[in-house]
Unconditional design. Structure first.
Length: 99
């Protein structure tokens, strides 16, 4: 039970911090748009996990879950990359045939 407990003041300061993207959500206008997540975002998450692991950010008992998640993410990204390459080849071939 060595979990860190945040002080209420620290939590309030975190919640009061503006969004890093430069835009502050307007609570008066509800957003119905789905969150935007793409392959480059997932590559960024992969890099973050790699850097955090190298810097010792995870406890020993957490490493198995981190490793499994990292491997699953890597497999998914490899699969998506191969699909994108195949689609580009198909569209290039179709373009050549149409000429």
């Amino acid at each position: 039970m060595s979990e860190d407990v945040k002080k209420p003041e620290a939590a309030a300061e975190q919640n009061a911090a503006p969004a890093q993207s430069g835009t502050v959500p307007n609570p008066a206008q509800p957003t119905n748009a789905a969150p935007d997540l793409n392959v480059s975002d997932l590559n960024a998450v992969k890099s973050i996990i790699d850097i955090a692991t190298q810097r010792g950010a995870f406890r020993a008992n957490e490493l198995e879950a981190v490793g499994k998640t990292y491997n699953k993410l890597t497999s998914f990204l490899d699969h998506v990359t191969k699909q994108q390459e195949q689609q580009q080849e198909q569209s290039a071939n179709a373009e050549k045939e149409s000429k």
